[in-house]
Design a protein. Structure first.
Length: 498
């Protein structure tokens, strides 16, 4: 339950007579209503207010719930004088003087935000309006009636005037609590009624007629005050609950991703699965890769410079790894290559589908929008993606990666690096290393550029990776997949409102 849900529940209990106990000594609301009617008739006779059209009786079908015996259902117009201001024209605005409020300012006041009004009228004009039409008094309720309908503010005695049509005034009375009426105006019963009663063509408006016809449950006056006091006692607790709930929701929203990041970090440090002394050490795996590369040099498929490795110093190593692991760079375990640069002048070749950065997402290759361009036969061989190749975004979201895991081959262009591994290196393990580096910020150290960022080939090839034995690579990948699968229902449960 959110803080707003809790607040709504408390308001509902309040207007149903279930928040505070009834007192048999209270004057019933039916007697209070008769006194209100007598007072209004007196004001009519004294010509202080105009006689209004009779309001229809409230039918049983209109009453949304049962109320205590000492309460009565009334229409707002039966107990309150509902009115609007007299029009103030644009020519009457001045740079300073008495503040002039619109719906925006009432909205700010209802949210307890400081009012920064831009409009004023002169003190002289204000006094003229006060003399001729009257001005809002302390404890009058203002309600926004156009656009964002239902923002309320109980006047605090300050001098101001307000825009006609956008705001409606509910005059205070000794016969009801303005704070209780405001509680009703924030309840679901009010909003359910105005959802069918607002009118207007180009915009919605809550007219005086519609407000007068709203039905509300009226308690005895003493009980109104008790209800308001109880609400004032509970609302700080509701606000504390709301704050705590929002903090918990924020934590819940972050928890699944935080768990995934923690799992990846444990994985690349050799802490996710146990080491097996029977595994062939990574050093032996590197020797086998070295022999494979030497053979490729003999076959003319690699150059001698590809056998050169740059020593890794202890100062470069970011953390400790198990003894059976080794620190490596991509050129020691695979070959990285940027894709084909698009040539608008090329007119010969075979049209081939190709991947670019818009197709590569973390652990996903989106084939919904695959482009085509011309490749000659040599380029097809050179820029083809095969199953098990790791694709890495060179620009944009630098380092974003996915593995081509389909049997069909496809080409790629120079917005992507393709990494093809030796000796059965598990590409999903290296992918998880990249994702861990992306999450912990390590990858940022290798990205060039301020506004336009790039992970150039030289920088990609210089990244250090912790390399486990081949068998442990497979165990790590399997464990990550298993744990991530368990996190998915947790993420769904945490995101579902209670």
């Amino acid at each position: 339950m959110t803080g707003q849900d809790l607040k709504n529940s408390i308001l509902q209990l309040a207007i149903q007579g279930k928040l505070v106990p009834q007192d048999a000594n209270d004057e019933p609301a039916s007697v209070l209503l008769e006194r209100i009617k007598s007072e209004k008739q007196k004001l009519i006779n004294e010509k202080k207010i105009k006689k209004e059209k009779s309001l229809p009786e409230i039918t049983e079908d209109e009453k949304p719930f049962e109320i205590p015996d000492s309460w009565v259902w009334v229409r707002l117009g039966e107990i309150a004088i509902v009115k609007s201001s007299k029009r103030v024209f644009e020519k009457d605005y001045v740079n300073e003087g008495v503040p002039f409020f619109r719906s925006k300012e009432i909205g700010d006041l209802s949210r307890k935000e400081p009012v920064k009004t831009e409009l004023f009228i002169t003190h002289k004009h204000f006094e003229e309006l006060k003399e001729k039409y009257g001005i809002p008094q302390k404890n009058d309720i203002l309600i926004t009636s156009v656009g964002s309908i239902g923002n309320t503010w109980i006047c605090d005695g300050r001098s101001f005037y307000y825009k006609d049509g956008n705001i409606t005034q509910i005059c205070n009375s000794q016969y009801f609590s303005s704070s209780y009426i405001e509680l009703f105006l924030h309840s679901s019963v009010f909003f359910e009624q105005i959802s069918t009663k607002v009118s207007g063509t180009a915009y919605n408006a809550l007219t005086i007629i519609k407000l007068n016809n709203l039905i509300l449950p009226l308690p005895p006056l003493s009980e109104q005050h008790r209800i308001v006091a109880k609400i004032e006692e509970l609302m700080p607790l509701v606000e504390e609950y709301d704050k705590a709930q929002k903090e918990l929701d924020a934590l819940n929203a972050k928890l699944p991703e935080a768990l995934k990041k923690s799992i990846l970090q444990e994985a690349i440090q050799g802490k996710l699965v146990p080491q097996d002394p029977n595994d062939e050490p990574a050093s032996v795996l590197l020797q086998r890769i070295r022999k494979e590369k030497e053979q490729l040099v003999k076959d003319g498929k690699l150059k001698k410079k590809d056998l050169v490795t740059t020593p890794i110093t202890d100062e470069e190593k970011p953390f400790e790894i198990p003894e059976s692991w080794e620190w490596v760079r991509i050129p020691e375990i695979g070959v990285s290559q940027l894709g084909k640069t698009k040539n608008p002048n090329q007119t010969k070749g075979i049209s081939q589908k190709y991947l670019c950065s818009i197709n590569v997402y973390w652990n996903k290759i989106d084939l919904a929008n695959v482009k085509e361009m011309l490749f000659d036969k040599d380029e097809i061989d050179k820029y083809q993606v095969k199953k098990g190749d790791l694709l890495i975004c060179e620009g944009g979201d630098c380092g974003r990666s996915a593995i081509w895991n389909l049997d069909d081959n496809i080409c790629y262009q120079n917005a992507l690096h393709r990494v093809r591994f030796y000796c059965g290196i598990n590409p999903f393990y290296v992918y998880n290393c990249l994702l861990a580096y992306y999450n912990n910020g390590t990858l940022n150290d290798y990205i060039k550029g301020e506004t336009i960022k790039h992970l150039v080939k030289g920088k990609l090839d210089s990244i250090l990776f912790p390399l486990p034995p081949l068998a442990e690579q497979h165990r790590i990948v399997s464990k990550i997949e298993d744990l991530f699968a368990q996190i998915e229902p947790l993420a769904k449960a945490l995101s579902t409102p209670m």
